[in-house]
Design a protein around this ligand. Sequence first.
Ligand code: GLN
Length: 452
Amino acid sequence: RAFLDRIDKYDNTISAFITVDRDLALEQAQQADRIIAKGENQAFTGIPVALKDVLCTKGVKTTCASKILENFVPQYDATVVEKFKAQDAVLIGKANMDEFAMGSSTENSAFFVTRNPWNTDYVPGGSSGGSAAAVAARFCSGAVGTDTGGSIRQPASHCGVVGLKPTYGRVSRFGVVAYASSLDQVGPITRDVTDTAMMLNLMGGHDPKDSTSAPEPMPDFLKGIALFKEQGLSGMTAGIPKEFLSLEGIDPEVKTMFENARKTLEGLGVDIKEISLPHTNYAVAAYYIIAPCEASANLARFDGVRYGVRDMDANDIMEMYKKTKSKGFGLEVQRRIIIGTYSLSSGYYDAYYGRASQVRALIMDDFKRAFESCDIILSPVAPTPAFKIGEKIEDPLTMYLSDIFTLSCNLAGVPGISVPAGISSTGLPMGLQMMARHFDEMSLIRAGYGFE
Ligand code: GLN
């Protein structure tokens, strides 16, 4: 009730949620109460958790913040949702996002803009902006987001909370509406690193329903915190890619935050060295070909025939397809579909998608080589603190460039965390990004705990 009352009071301003079913949440809470009374509670029994509206929830609207799915009610739960239900968590609401997770500010939602709880003139980041704002505004204890090119880490950074993108394949994508299938990962957004470890413990693990989910063993990620308490971070080596700091357009306050974070880690026993990720400059270009290509294939299913909105005002099927897609998809989604279909069309495939895939392989090699000499890689999450609502939305290229620090992590498939590491003079939080080897989220939990 306390969380729901807070939502009633403040979500008119923040607009973190697309759907909150008060009665359903209270019913789940009462059920949890009965289980707790019997002493049969598990880690998440009764804990209020928000879900990005890209995760399918049985019987509860799942819109992807798109008009085309405005009234879509799935008939099954995503695997991650099932896991929370199995422990009787309270699924308090479905959080706003950029339409189909395309964006960095949550301004691409077809319904409304979410505001940053630290200063409501600013964006919360995106695309999981509703999830991050809900955690920051204390509308829930934790939230689930998805990250294709930074969509968990960047909003976490802008909202002063913790966000973790697990290794590709660590968390099941079954029941998560696909954006770019080779890059998408589901992960937690929480108040602190302990909660992140607990959420990952629950969410991770092999799922036979997702063919890209990894049969990798799941350690208890709380061990990372125990390890920190015993040994601090001694024995750990961190690399700072020299290419990152020479990039243009990094806010001086982000640089200061990064410098301070480096000193904090050094103080905790980390050995810091300079490393190189030579293909950094090509990450944005490669990502913004690969992601739209995959998106154009994934979004082909929204044709007005099988589910979602259908435009009824057409004379034949081609016209119905056209009208449905033109009215149902927002401008950014249409832009990506056009870039994607163009880059995949015959005669252009080799020059665009083929080329971008080759660059991706080089970026993966960069990471492999870098991790031969360090355990974690450090960078800011974003080149600036949160920007003002409306500031970048007319200029997609500037918006894309702000993803420079987060994209390569998805292209390489490695895990990455964002931890709050400073506040700008304008009162906005800034996050530090740490990345680790495939399936070594433990090091991120351990090092992240150093910032608590
Ligand atoms: N901002 C990036 C994009 O628009 C990443 C989004 C995401 O991670 N879902 O594609």
